[in-house]
Design a protein around this ligand. Sequence first.
Ligand code: ADP
Length: 194
Amino acid sequence: MIEKTLVIIKPDAMQRSLVGEIIGRFEKVGLKLVGAKMVQVDKSLADKHYPKDREEFILGMANKTLDNYKEQDLDAKEQLGTDDPKEIGLMLQGWLVEFLTSSPVMVLVLEGPHAIEVVRKICGFTLPSKADPGTIRGDYSFDSSGYANTANRPIRNLVHASGNQEEAQLEVDLWFKPEELFDYETIHYKHMTQ
Ligand code: ADP
């Protein structure tokens, strides 16, 4: 049940000086910070983080976008030049790589019971315009895909958080060496286990 998950505080959050606020939200819940560093990401690392060949990621992102366009009565073909999910996914991947490398980011590994799900809940839904208040994305942004894509850019939603156990394992291994992760006791564990 104790999981590790990766969070990236993206360039928009860095530039808006929201690092302390974001880390504080995870700390308040009791998640343990076991890794943290500031990184100027290069294209090769960004491409590994947003892999072009992981269909689940590319198509998942594209289908979420197409659903959102349909809901808002927007024409994906008109706005993006295509309504083919693979082409949309690859275009978004390109924008994401460019954005992630545009200024330094903070990368965290958080640990705790159900950490992957709990962190996703604290971050909120991908599209800030639909994310609940009380979540990081819902409280600090109103961005949407329609709005972002008219400017040919990815949604600025402040944080990345691993989506599932497989992704968390891959991402923690991609961003951190074993010696960069720490083990210590927090008071939360004592409260939970006594
Ligand atoms: P999440 O980050 O919530 O796991 P996804 O994996 O679906 O979401 O997408 C990865 C990232 O791609 C999002 O966090 C967001 O920054 C960006 N993104 C997703 N969909 C769109 C879109 N339609 N337009 C622009 N950027 C998008």
